[in-house]
Design a protein around this ligand. Structure first.
Ligand SMILES: [Zn+2]
Length: 334
């Protein structure tokens, strides 16, 4: 493990090119080890001292490069002793093929292929990535002894009234982990969607199948490698450093001022006649005034009823049968 000149930039180059990454020592103690293509373990010097195991996923969508750069800068500081690792951590590059080409995906949206959905799309190149990510998340958390946290880091093309927001996947019978939402607020997250139905996303898989505290984070604008203004990601950067360095455990007092929303219903496109009555440029969380006809599809109309409804992830160009947007409404914790 004598490779002092090995940087995180080289690690990313090697990983994206499909080359093996050597075992590396972290200068302040601990090690970095490649588990399989695009998956790396960061192990603290005293493995038993980690009472929170952290899975970080970046690049599920290949055009969302800022989270990759944020996490690589942290790895670089760990390699060179500018940060000391306190948590057993696994880092996953979600879709290396798409990251290489700067595309959201090559054949199929990877974040619609989890929780076994990949088995129905075996010919899609993303199916193999969904399997790899599910398997390496499962093996990582199966040898966990303490708290378990999964953060799946994204950025978005569309603007958002809340620039940084989190999605808590549907928890079924489990209670909301208030202290995690408190910590997300400290990390600069401005709003949280509490999802109310199963989904084929990675965070739903780790939450539901593995019982992990899991969140999808939308952290701002998607730009190509080298064009990100990383100062806009300082909140999550600081929070991840405090978490991995052991200064906090990914929990904090919940602030009731943090806006929370729940999905009221999905706008499901039934036919090619579907029309969304919002501009292409409409931002996420744009309020929908009472009486406004949000969308129409033949005889069917979706009308805003007031009560603080807002639009999330509008996309009228999806294929019929798929979700063309979510109508959300404010909610408070009991
Ligand atoms: Zn994304």
């Amino acid at each position: 493990m004598q490779t002092p000149d090995y940087t995180a930039a080289r690690l990313l180059d090697d990983a994206l090119a499909g080359r093996a990454v050597p075992d590396l020592a972290l200068a302040a103690g601990g090690s970095l080890r490649m588990v399989t293509d695009g998956v790396f373990d960061l192990l603290p010097a005293q493995a038993g001292a980690s009472n929170t195991d952290v899975l970080l996923t970046v690049g599920i969508h290949g055009n969302e490069t800022a989270p990759v750069e944020v996490v690589m800068a942290i790895i670089d500081d760990l390699l060179h002793g500018r940060l000391t690792l306190a948590r057993r951590t696994r880092v996953q590059l979600g879709n290396p093929d798409a990251l290489r080409s700067g595309e959201r995906y090559l054949d199929y949206d990877l974040n619609r292929l989890f929780d076994g959905r990949h088995a129905a799309q075996p010919d899609m190149r993303e199916a193999a990535h969904a399997r790899r990510l599910e398997q390496t998340a499962t093996t990582f958390f199966s040898s966990s002894h303490g708290a378990r946290l999964h953060l799946d880091l994204h950025t978005a093309i569309r603007g958002s009234l809340f620039e940084k927001f989190a999605i808590q996947p549907y928890l079924h019978e489990r209670p909301t982990a208030r202290a995690r939402l408190g910590w997300l607020g400290q990390a600069g997250i401005e709003a949280v969607l509490l999802h109310s139905a199963p989904a084929a996303t990675f965070s739903y898989f780790t939450s539901h199948r593995l019982g992990v505290d899991a969140y999808t984070l939308e952290l701002g604008k998607a730009r190509p490698f080298g064009h990100n203004d990383l100062s806009r990601f300082s909140g999550i950067d600081r929070a991840l450093r405090a978490l991995l360095g052991g200064a906090d455990d990914g929990k904090a007092d919940f602030d009731p001022a943090l806006p929370l929303f729940r999905a009221r219903y999905d706008l499901v496109k039934r036919s090619e006649a579907f029309r969304l009555n919002l501009a292409d440029s409409v931002e996420n969380f744009t309020p929908l005034a009472a009486g406004f006809v949000i969308a129409e599809d033949g005889e069917e109309r979706w009308i805003a009823e007031g009560g603080g409804e807002r639009i999330l992830f509008p996309n009228p160009t999806v294929r019929p049968g798929l979700r063309a947007g979510i109508v959300v409404e404010p909610v408070t914790l009991d």
